[in-house]
Write a protein that binds this ligand. Structure first.
Ligand SMILES: Nc1ncnc2c1ncn2[C@@H]1O[C@H](COP(=O)(O)OP(=O)(O)O)[C@@H](O)[C@H]1O
Ligand SMILES: [Mg+2]
Length: 261
């Protein structure tokens, strides 16, 4: 397999905090790659650097052989890198389908999105198709703010999918979601992957990661610590040390500031 997305030696500090410290990551085309590590190890910051929300102090990001370091978020999105956020970002006062139509306008440049008042039939069809895929079609006209937490996650996934990116970055897709829905999200990812989509997934739910991913990279203190097959990574003593010594990683969701790209 060929590398589709890579970060090489990426560093980024926030004040005195070295969030990333020479971090490297490879995502093979067609893979489902997991990115794990204790809270605060830099996973979301790496997502933010890759997708243009945060500028790196050093290092390089390439996509499909092209240097995309420092490209702005809308550019990165247009290149074919879609992402969801650890804390979902939907327009609460708009209906579910209206949220989707915002997404269909992304790839045409924001100007057209702003000046155009009506979406095309094709956009609407695509929006409804992907809402159907995630099981939200019957809620299309519901105000998005009325959705449950899990349904918002599904809407965000549909929102990313309608733009048809080559690689999809998911930040904690299973976080705070019930087990039935976790399994459903896992199935959706698998189906999409069979159709050729590449995934990079940050997730604390270890079972979800181990079951779904082909390769896992473990981060620790802003660096990539180990990469490999899930079973090898899981039993690697370095990884066990990182988790045990790295403080608490299981039940918190306190790093929301890193999402404010
Ligand atoms: N925008 C920011 N401003 C200040 N500190 C930040 C910001 N983003 C991330 N950090 C800090 O960088 C470190 C890595 O955070 P993050 O990338 O969110 O880790 P993870 O997603 O692995 O939990 C943490 O110490 C976090 O507090
Ligand atoms: Mg995070």
């Amino acid at each position: 397999m060929a590398t589709l997305l890579s970060a090489q030696g990426v560093s980024r500090a926030f004040g005195g905090v070295q969030a990333l410290n020479g971090c490297s990551l490879n995502v093979e085309k067609g893979s489902i790659t997991g990115l794990i590590g204790p809270n605060g190890s830099g996973k979301t910051t790496l997502f933010n650097v890759i997708t243009g929300y945060v500028k790196p102090d050093a290092g390089k990001v390439t996509f499909d052989g092209r240097d995309i370091t420092n490209a702005r978020p809308d550019k990165v999105f247009a290149f074919g890198i879609g992402r969801t956020f650890q804390l979902t970002r939907i327009f609460a006062r708009m209906s579910v389908v209206e949220n989707m139509l915002v997404a269909t306008q992304h790839d045409e440049g924001s100007l057209r999105g702003l000046t155009r008042s009506k979406s095309s039939k094709a956009d609407l069809d695509a929006a409804m198709e992907w809402l159907g895929f995630v099981g939200l079609a019957r809620l299309a006209s519901t105000e998005a703010g009325m959705l449950s937490y899990g349904q918002r996650k599904l809407l965000e996934l549909a929102y990313v999918l309608v733009a048809n990116p080559d690689v999809i970055l998911l930040d904690e897709p299973a976080g705070g979601v019930n087990l039935t829905l976790i399994n459903e999200i896992g199935e959706k990812i698998r189906t999409l992957n069979k159709d050729g989509k590449t995934f990079l997934i940050v997730e604390h739910n270890m079972e979800f990661v181990m079951r779904l991913c082909d390769t896992v990279t473990v981060m620790h203190q802003g660096c990539d610590l180990v990469s490999g097959a899930p079973a090898d990574v899981r039993s690697n003593p370095l990884v066990l040390d990182a988790y045990l010594g790295g403080g608490d990683d299981e039940d918190e969701d306190e790093d929301s500031q890193a999402d404010n790209g």
